[in-house]
Design a protein around this ligand. Sequence first.
Ligand SMILES: Cc1cc2nc3c(=O)[nH]c(=O)nc-3n(C[C@H](O)[C@H](O)[C@H](O)COP(=O)(O)OP(=O)(O)OC[C@H]3O[C@@H](n4cnc5c(N)ncnc54)[C@H](O)[C@@H]3O)c2cc1C
Length: 256
Amino acid sequence: MKIIVCVKQVPSSNEVRLDPVRKTIIRDSSEAVINPFDVTAAEAAVQIREKLGGTVTALSMGIPASERLLRDEIARGADNAVLLTDRAFAGADTLATSYTLSKAIEDLGGADLILCGKMATDGDTAQIGPELASWLNLPCVTDVSALLEVTEKQIICRRNTDAGAETVNVSLPAVLTIVKNLTTPRLPSIEGIRRSLKADLKILDAKGLGADPARIGLDGSPTQVIRTFPQQEKGEAVPFEKSEAASEVKKLWEEL
Ligand SMILES: Cc1cc2nc3c(=O)[nH]c(=O)nc-3n(C[C@H](O)[C@H](O)[C@H](O)COP(=O)(O)OP(=O)(O)OC[C@H]3O[C@@H](n4cnc5c(N)ncnc54)[C@H](O)[C@@H]3O)c2cc1C
């Protein structure tokens, strides 16, 4: 089974900084981590490979420093990794991001299974998985909470819905987006860390990918963020029992 897992670098939780001019997230940080949903998706991919054989490739579009995070995925069991990095990719919205990832998947000769996280903790749109499936003309199952049966030809899985949950049977190849608690990610092994340090990552720029320049980066993004602003401090929190609302409720209660 050939599995590609899409992993995104996100700022660590206390460290989101925005570019005031481009209205994009600044992604130069040494504190960056792999999107937690993607760590779970990568673990699911490794578990499937351990059962059925094949390969797991971690794929990311990001800054050159994302290489460190891709090596971490190799240390956790991925066989190899591909980094798409080029100034021309910067400022991409979900359409340009999913287009770029789809070109890389085509460049890799496609896959039997493509796993994404359900959402990224910074952009938060949950659009990449479904858009990727659309570019590749594949079926997509979102919000997958359990893999009940995985074979070379199909996957039976459980997914969350607005009304609760449902069981879906999907033929492969397909794209699945994975919730964070589907499984528990393993820690990097010593053998994995050694392998990750020696691994040759495939690094591609826009030209190497053969991407249409009109579809990538800020210029290829129909979504433009008009304004961003930091959350305003609202002052110290007041315990409910000491609030004005609580004394009003108490007064009304006593009047009853
Ligand atoms: C403040 C702000 C607002 C924004 N608003 C919008 C908006 O309204 N519309 C819009 O189109 N874009 C918007 N963006 C841009 C959006 O964050 C980027 O397009 C981002 O690259 C992908 O979207 P996401 O983070 O929401 O991914 P999601 O769709 O939430 O991510 C789902 C999964 O896709 C995969 N994935 C996502 N990005 C990558 C990557 N670079 N490499 C590998 N795998 C990846 C991962 O598996 C991830 O778990 C906004 C950005 C900012 C900073």
